[in-house]
Design a protein around this ligand. Structure first.
Ligand code: NAD
Length: 300
């Protein structure tokens, strides 16, 4: 597959995933609207394309890791306008099912297939090749890209139709966001009652309160006070919004999901769109007049 792969979007997730392809012996041609992001990958040995059109001229399989549905659709339209050698697009972004189906129509109209393959596991998972990948797309194209996806982590086949994997991804992310929200609230309550933050995490993880928030996000990014898990609050709020939109379309009430959305919206309004998602504890801390920090923060 040497030189037949392209990679668009070299941000928090895209960069380590493109690096894993390089580590697996591939030579992905990379493109990002940010010159700085491209320069980093060029240093790691990746050939670069100056435009999307040039990229599509050079490769058959194009991976996307882009921030929002709007950006994914704009990039999809540009590829469809000049497909060049492109045979298939593999979308690793979180766009929601509606946009993903629209993307499939746009690409299919230009003879390009779409494999919908959102990912879960964060920047650390992307670096280590330990992501969960949910893949939906035509079997003939899925078979071609499955060995490439395996460089990113565990590939789970969801369906033939693009869009279905996005539904699964939204389900995963609302669970992850809700866990972070409720664990943050509960830890603030414990801190106000005088409990030690490290001890609270130890108990949660030994007991039935264990979640990805108590195992990973809170001990590694909240207790030390670093707030650098690597997922922007604006993008995590986008995922919650996409999930609630889809639930509404399906006629499924999501009361807890709506409460989670409010906390994420308040955090974005307070700390800005680029704040890390783990900052959702910060408005709660301010309201309660306590901080949830652990040994790591005290010893820093
Ligand atoms: P990011 O904002 O860090 O990276 C996005 C990259 O896309 C940036 O380098 C940006 O310059 C580039 N870009 C934006 N518009 C572009 C355009 N028109 N053409 C080319 N490049 C463009 O975002 P991220 O955190 O890496 O997330 C990427 C996707 O993966 C999102 O859909 C997100 O929801 C999803 N995701 C993120 C995480 C996480 O933990 N960060 C985990 C799972 C899934």
């Amino acid at each position: 597959m040497k030189d037949t792969i392209g990679f668009v979007g070299l941000g928090n997730m895209g960069r380590p995933m493109a690096e894993r392809l390089i580590g697996a012996g591939h030579s992905p041609v990379v493109y990002d609207r940010s010159q700085a992001a491209m320069a980093e990958l060029a240093t790691a040995g990746a050939p670069t394309a100056a435009t999307l059109e040039e990229l599509a001229e050079r490769v058959e399989t194009i991976f996307l890791s882009l921030p929002t549905p709007e950006v994914v659709l704009a990039v999809g339209r540009a590829i469809a306008a000049a497909p060049g050698r492109a045979k298939r697009v593999v979308d690793l972004s979180t766009t929601g099912p509606k946009s993903e189906m629209e993307l499939a129509d746009i690409l299919n109209g230009a003879g390009v297939a779409l494999v919908d393959s959102p990912v879960s596991g964060g920047v650390a998972g992307a670096r280590k090749g330990l992501l969960a990948l949910m893949a939906a797309g035509p079997s003939a194209h899925f078979t071609v890209v499955e060995p490439l996806l395996a460089a990113f982590g565990k590939v789970i086949r969801i369906a033939e139709e693009p869009g279905k994997a996005q539904v699964m991804k939204l389900i995963n992310n609302i669970c992850s966001a809700a866990s972070l929200a409720i664990t943050s609230e509960a830890m603030v309550m414990g801190a106000k009652a005088g409990l030690d933050a490290d001890v609270m995490v130890e108990v949660l993880n030994a007991g039935s309160g264990r979640t990805s928030a108590s195992v990973d996000k809170i001990p590694r990014f909240v207790l030390p006070g670093s707030f650098d898990f690597g997922f922007a609050i604006s993008l995590s709020l986008k995922d919650i919004r996409l999930c609630l939109d889809e639930a509404e379309r399906l006629g499924v009430p999501m009361m807890v999901g709506n409460a989670v959305r409010m906390l994420f919206a308040v955090t974005k309004a307070d700390f800005g769109p680029d704040a890390d998602m783990t900052a959702v504890i910060r408005p709660l801390e301010r309201w309660a007049g306590v901080e949830v920090r652990g040994r790591a923060a005290r010893e820093a």
